[in-house]
Write a protein that binds this ligand. Structure first.
Ligand SMILES: [Zn+2]
Length: 147
């Protein structure tokens, strides 16, 4: 049995222990080294992920009306979800537009300046008002969101 073997994928000669043992192959070892086998598996996996993401995107575009209707119906039936979504939406609106004339302040017991100062006190390094929202940080809840 040879000490080294030629890898057909990376075209390098490596020690035989870098080749997986499989019956039926020459000298009972795979033709590609173990690193190349993992790379191929990873590439297949990434290609599959891409294929699934593409399918999901197409499905969402194709069934957008049905999916939106389902979401609206769900929100109408479940008052907690509706209230939670409305409060979150309202909170985002006032913070983005610096609008202080909203009913949200009546419910949370703070005015806009106090709310901003409170949120700023929770900032972690890298968090600013400029990167608030999409692609940046969000307001989330510490406990499960049920009323
Ligand atoms: Zn190789």
């Amino acid at each position: 049995m040879p000490i080294s073997r030629f890898c057909h994928a990376c075209k390098n000669t490596r020690e035989v222990q870098y080749f997986l043992k499989i019956e039926g192959y020459t000298f009972g070892r795979k033709d590609d080294c173990i690193d190349c086998c993992y790379k191929k598996k990873y590439i297949k996996s990434a290609a599959l992920k891409e294929k699934i993401a593409k399918y999901q995107k197409e499905y969402h575009i194709k069934n957008r009306k049905i999916l939106t209707k389902k979401k609206v119906d769900k929100n109408r039936k479940n008052k907690s979800i509706r209230l939670s979504a409305n409060l979150a939406s309202n909170c985002n609106y006032v913070l983005k537009r610096n609008s202080s004339d909203s009913l949200i302040f009546k419910y949370i017991g703070l005015d806009l300046i106090e709310l901003r100062k409170y949120l700023e006190s929770l900032f972690k390094p890298g968090m600013t008002w400029k990167n608030y929202g999409r692609g940046g940080w969000h307001i989330d809840h510490n406990t499960q969101n049920k009323i």
